[in-house]
Design a protein around this ligand. Structure first.
Ligand code: FAD
Length: 299
């Protein structure tokens, strides 16, 4: 199907883009990678009258780290840039694990992390990853910039708290207090598919102890789920099989899956539990092979 008729603007500055959005009101939409918006328009699930393409706005295609370890991901930083990033490989294990699992190479070449957060698909992988890491988005509007934690940004499936005249200019991941560990696992029916279930775990380790922990779940609820109690159960603990099991049980209990063509609710909950065990077992600096194997068997 073809999209409905729309006006297309490609501003060359952020100010111009914001003005166009403000004047466009309810019927204006930002276009970044277009990998979610364009399919929706072709299906006529979205029929904006004005498209504000931000691809010509300078200085949005970056990811970089401050000296204190804060990571910034600009609104035009593509999934592929993050997939190839040595910086992520060295400093952000959860993000580095997720980047190659987003869609397929074609989508990764155009789609953006920030666009994925704005799209707020419950099956979007970056929302759970950035939520587990305690990330925020920086929104710019006529009144200036504001930081919104990812946990507060998404209000439901395909819904976020952005005002009509705001653009997200970047996502920010705060620095770790300890050594970063963790990962992202995703079950997909075939390579490139959306998640049947996904689990993001972001740990900060101080020696053998967990100093901070964030867990978030993809595709097992009406929106991305923060498994807060599972994270709390890890803090101050060494990653023994008993601790890992408790966190996995709490994460599975936090999931709100529905049975569908991808699997039954019970199966998806089981996958969440198994993935938590796998990620934490791999992250455990002190877990001996026998201890780790026990946890894996119990999952
Ligand atoms: C075949 C296919 C498979 C896919 N598989 C996966 C997958 O496995 N996992 C996954 O996570 N995603 C998947 N996606 C989605 C993909 O990751 C998209 O790239 C992403 O969801 C949206 O990013 P985008 O830059 O393309 O945004 P766009 O499509 O340009 O925009 C999406 C929405 O966000 C808004 N928006 C975008 N940028 C901004 C901004 N800076 N400020 C304000 N609003 C903004 C737009 O107005 C629109 O409403 C898939 C897509 C396709 C087509």
């Amino acid at each position: 199907m073809y999209p409905s008729r729309f006006r297309y603007e490609a501003p060359r500055s952020l100010d111009e883009a914001l003005t166009l959005l403000r004047d466009g009101g309810e019927d204006a939409k930002v276009l970044a990678g277009g990998q979610s918006l364009v399919p929706l328009m072709k299906l006529r699930f979205a029929s904006p009258e004005l498209i504000v393409d931000i691809n010509n706005v300078p200085d949005l295609a970056y990811h970089r780290q401050d000296p204190d370890g804060t990571l910034h991901v600009g609104a035009l930083c593509r999934h592929a840039e993050l997939e190839r990033s040595g910086l992520l490989r060295d400093t952000q294990p959860t993000m580095a694990a997720a980047a190659p699992l987003i869609a397929d190479p074609l989508v990764r070449n155009r789609g953006t992390l920030v666009g994925s957060l704005c799209h707020a698909d419950p099956q979007g992988d970056w929302a759970s990853v950035t939520m587990a890491l305690g990330g925020s988005v920086i929104a710019q509007g006529p009144a200036g910039r504001r930081a919104i934690p990812v946990a507060d940004f998404v209000t439901g499936p395909f819904q976020n708290v952005l005002a009509r005249d705001e653009i997200v200019v970047e996502a920010v991941i705060p620095p770790a207090q300890g050594t970063r560990a963790g990962g992202y696992l995703k079950l997909e029916r075939r390579v490139g598919d959306f998640a049947t279930a996904g689990v993001a775990v972001a740990l900060e380790l101080s020696g053998e102890l967990v100093a901070a922990a964030g867990l978030a779940l993809t595709g097992v609820g009406g929106s991305t789920i923060a498994a807060t109690e599972a994270g709390q159960a890890l803090v101050g603990q060494a990653l023994t099989s008993a601790v890992i099991e408790e966190a996995a049980t709490l994460a599975a209990a936090a999931a709100r899956p529905k049975s569908d063509h991808r699997g039954s609710a019970e199966y998806k909950r089981h996958i969440v539990r198994t993935f938590v065990v796998r990620i934490l077992t791999a992250a455990a600096p002190a877990a001996g092979p026998a201890d780790a194997a026990d946890a894996e068997r119990a999952a």
